[in-house]
Design a protein around this ligand. Structure first.
Ligand code: MRU
Length: 359
C-alpha cells in the first residue's frame, strides 16, 4: 500500500474543530503509515478509547487531547445547572485519568482543567464553556511553544555529519506539533545541518517504524530504519554519535520513563561512550515522584506480542510480559533538553534548579 502523500504543515495529531459545541479531531495513529484517517471525538468515551488504544499517543499529545476531553465532558451537561456541568467535568476528568498510567502530562492537563472549572463556579454555562475551551487551547499552544524552544536549545547537539539514534516516536505526532526529541532534529535540519537519523523500530507497536520513520521521511530528513536489536551493532560500527529520546515522566532526581527499550539503548550508548539526551517539556516532570522506581509502568496485553498487528507472532496461549515503558537512570543521561535550556549533569539539584527558574 502506498505511503500517503504530504499532510498539512505543521503536522498536527489533534485539532479542535468548531466552537464550544465543536469536537476533537485526531489523526488515528494506529492507521499510519499506510492510511491517513481522522477520528472525530464527540464524547469522553470515544476519546478514552482513542487514548487507551494509542490512536493518540505520546505524552504531550495525550495531555493536550485530555484537556479537550474536559470540554467534551462539559458539553454533555452544558444545558444543565452549574452543579451538573461541574460534576460532568469532574466525572470526565476522572474517566480520562484511567486511560493510561505512565505519561504524567495526562494528569497534569486534567488537573489544570479541573482547577479552571473550579474557578468558574458561579459563571454562566456559556461563559464557562468558552473559558474551558480557551484553557484547552492554551495548553495546546503552550505545548507547541515549548517544543519549538526545546528544538532551539537542543539543535546545537547535532553537528554536521553526525548519526543520531532515536527510539519510539517523540515527534510532531507525540505532541501538539514539532515534537520533543525530534524537535532537535527538525531545528538542526532547518539550520541547514546535514546528518543521518537512525530510528529504532520499537517493538511491539512499532512507533519508531510506523511513526518516526514516516514523519521524518515526510519532512525530507535522512532517516534509516533499524530493528531494535541492531542498535548495539550500529553503534559499534561508529554510525551513532548522539542518542536523543523523549520521556513520559521524569522523576525529581532525573530518572526518565520512556518507551520500553529506551533503558537498553541507554546501556548500549554508555558502553559505546555515546552521549544520550532526553528531550521533554516541564509538563513531563513529576517532582512529586522522587525517583524512577516510583513511576507507574503501564502493563499492556499479551496480544501485542503474540499477535502483533493481527498476525500470529508467538505460539497461541504462550505467556507474555509486556511493560510498555522502562526507566533510564539519570546517571546514564548526558542531559535533559527542556524549553528553558539543557539540564547537565542530570541530578536532583540540577532538575530542581532548572524547573524553579523564572520564565
Ligand atoms: O506508548 P506511547 O506511544 O504513548 O509511548 C510514547 C513514548 O514513549 C514517547 O517516547 C514519549 O511519550 C515522549 S513523546 C514526546
Amino acid at each position: 500500500m502506498a505511503v500517503p502523500t504530504k499532510l498539512e504543515s505543521p503536522l498536527r495529531p489533534l485539532q479542535w474543530r468548531g466552537g464550544t459545541d465543536g469536537h476533537l479531531e485526531l489523526l488515528d495513529q494506529t492507521r499510519l503509515p499506510t492510511e491517513v484517517v481522522r477520528l472525530a471525538c464527540r464524547d469522553v468515551e470515544t476519546l478514552w478509547e482513542a487514548i487507551r488504544s494509542l490512536r493518540v499517543r505520546g505524552a504531550p499529545a495525550i495531555g493536550c487531547a485530555a484537556a479537550y476531553g474536559a470540554v467534551l465532558a462539559f458539553q454533555s451537561a452544558s444545558r444543565g445547572s452549574a452543579a451538573e456541568w461541574m460534576e460532568a467535568v469532574e466525572r470526565g476528568c476522572k474517566r480520562l485519568a484511567e486511560s493510561r498510567p505512565t505519561a504524567v502530562n495526562l494528569f497534569w492537563a486534567l488537573d489544570r482543567m479541573r482547577r479552571r472549572a473550579e474557578s468558574l463556579r458561579g459563571a454562566a454555562a456559556r461563559d464557562a464553556g468558552e473559558a474551558l475551551m480557551a484553557e484547552a487551547h492554551a495548553i495546546r499552544d503552550e505545548d507547541a511553544a515549548m517544543c519549538r524552544a526545546i528544538g532551539r536549545h537542543g539543535a546545537e547537539l547535532i553537528g554536521d555529519g553526525v548519526g543520531v539514534l532515536t527510539h519510539c516516536n517523540a515527534g510532531a505526532l507525540a505532541t501538539s506539533e514539532y515534537g520533543t526529541a525530534l524537535a532537535l532534529i527538525y531545528a538542526a535540519h532547518e539550520q541547514g545541518r546535514r546528518f543521518k537519523v537512525f530510528a529504532d523500530e520499537t517493538r511491539p507497536l512499532l512507533q519508531g517504524a510506523r511513526l518516526t520513520a514516516w514523519e521524518l521521511q515526510q519532512a525530507g530528513i535522512d532517516v534509516t530504519l533499524i530493528c531494535d536489536n541492531m542498535a548495539a551493532q550500529v553503534m559499534r560500527e561508529g554510525r551513532i554519535q548522539l542518542v536523543v529520546v523523549g520521556a513520559d515522566r521524569i522523576a525529581a532526581n532525573g530518572d526518565a520513563a520512556n518507551k520500553i527499550g529506551t533503558y537498553g539503548v541507554a546501556v548500549i550508548a554508555h558502553a559505546h561512550k555515546v552521549p544520550m539526551y532526553v528531550a521533554a517539556p516541564r509538563t513531563t516532570f513529576d517532582l512529586s515522584t522522587p525517583n524512577g522506581a516510583a513511576i507507574p509502568i503501564e502493563q499492556r496485553g499479551a496480544d501485542e506480542i503474540s499477535h502483533g498487528f493481527g498476525r500470529v507472532t508467538g505460539p497461541p496461549g504462550v505467556a507474555c510480559y509486556n511493560p510498555a515503558f522502562d526507566v533510564t537512570p539519570a546517571e546514564l543521561l548526558a542531559g535533559i533538553v527542556t524549553e528553558r535550556g539543557i539540564i547537565r549533569p542530570v541530578n536532583r539539584e540540577t532538575v530542581s534548579k532548572m524547573l524553579s527558574e523564572k520564565g
